[in-house]
Write a protein that binds this ligand. Structure first.
Ligand SMILES: NC(=O)c1ccc[n+]([C@@H]2O[C@H](COP(=O)([O-])OP(=O)(O)OC[C@H]3O[C@@H](n4cnc5c(N)ncnc54)[C@H](OP(=O)(O)O)[C@@H]3O)[C@@H](O)[C@H]2O)c1
Length: 325
């Protein structure tokens, strides 16, 4: 099968199409004939040599796919060859065939094309577990999403708006802010033109927000504490501006805040399966009803994976970048 390999992991990495052996599904696994694969920052880190796949995962890039089930492994009863699915995978998505755990696989929702479905797994698994399992978001609470026009941000804004939350989002251009508003943010803050702490305080009568989902880190660690309400919860899923900071923790005491951070990839299939079950119950019906849509910025053929990575590095995209196989 054709798959993307990294010729020379490191800062000047090159992605190339190579012939690799088609994998065979083990017990509880599915072989997916891939229609599309979603791009993630982790793929870029891995290609640069800084983010090895978890033990047992393929070396090849790609953490989410959509496609048709081609074969099922021993003990799989809920899926059959020909089913159209999307799946969170630990690696190997940039290929014609990919192995997925049955626990991390979901049906393609109504009204979503097979290609678009590749934009769904990583963002919805991440958003759900961080907002619901970690931050324990409650009905009616207000939320600030940093990076509102990112793949993660576009999914989070739609989910929160559909569930009746007031959402604020940050983004770095006028166009990205407009996209956040169209997706349901009641206020989009251009962080290059205004201070998000002031904006959030103004919008909430000085109270601040209950939950913050942050992918920026660096100086945002301190500023998030300022933007949070009493009993606020702040969850980091990345530290794009740095994982090290000099922080005054006094607001944590004074406002009874919680500061958390998680990653998804290294969790067991059983943990991911519990998130998958929650998505099937709570999120997929909203997608089926057209209230949440995949936001696809662009698609590139597999052979142009390098160009797709370059688009992600430029950060001009809104939503997800996909590879079509
Ligand atoms: N922990 C986990 O389990 C997990 C899972 C999935 C993803 N992630 C991480 O989450 C992040 C988002 O993933 P993605 O796939 O959605 O990436 P993406 O679409 O490439 O988005 C990255 C976003 O970060 C924004 N950004 C950078 N600096 C910012 C700042 N100072 N203020 C506000 N926004 C800023 C960029 O917007 P501008 O260009 O406007 O600055 C861009 O929209 C990545 O860092 C990824 O590694 C973590």
């Amino acid at each position: 099968m054709r798959a993307i390999t990294v010729d020379n992991p490191g800062s000047g990495y090159r992605l190339a199409v190579r012939e690799l052996a088609r994998p065979t599904p083990g017990p509880g696994e599915l072989l997916v004939k891939v229609a599309a694969a979603g791009l993630n920052h982790a793929d870029l880190h891995q290609a640069r040599g800084g983010y090895p796949p978890p033990p047992g995962a393929p070396d090849t890039l790609g953490m989410e796919v959509s496609g048709w089930i081609s074969e099922v492994g021993a003990g799989v009863t809920n899926w059959k060859p020909g089913d159209e699915v999307c799946a969170l995978v630990p690696g190997g998505g940039y290929a014609e065939y990919c192995i997925a755990s049955e626990l991390c696989t979901l049906p393609v929702p109504n009204g979503v094309s097979l290609i678009e479905a590749a934009a769904l797994p990583e963002v919805h698994f991440t958003v759900w577990t961080n907002l619901m399992d970690s931050a324990r978001l409650r009905t009616g609470e207000t939320v600030l999403i940093h990076g509102g026009a990112s793949g993660i941000g576009t999914a989070a804004i739609q989910l929160l708006a559909a569930r009746g939350h007031k959402v604020f989002a940050t983004a770095g251009t006028v166009e990205k802010c407009e996209a956040c508003r169209k997706l349901g943010a009641s206020r989009a803050i251009n962080y290059r033109a205004e201070d998000f702490v002031d904006a959030v305080k103004n919008e909430t009568g000085g109270r601040g927000v209950d939950v913050i989902l942050d992918m920026v880190g660096g100086d945002y660690i301190q500023r998030n504490m300022s933007a949070a309400a009493v009993w606020g919860r702040i969850v980091n899923i990345a530290y794009q501006n740095g994982a090290a900071a000099t922080v005054n923790f006094a607001p944590m005491l004074m406002k009874r805040l919680a500061l958390m951070a998680t990653t998804l990839r290294s969790r067991t299939n059983e943990e991911k399966g519990a998130i998958r079950d929650a998505l099937l119950r709570e999120v997929w019906p909203l997608i089926d009803a057209g209230r949440i849509k995949p936001v696809v910025d662009s698609t590139f053929p597999l052979s142009e994976a390098q160009g797709a990575h370059a688009r992600m590095v430029k950060s001009a995209h809104i939503g997800k970048i996909l590879l079509t196989i």
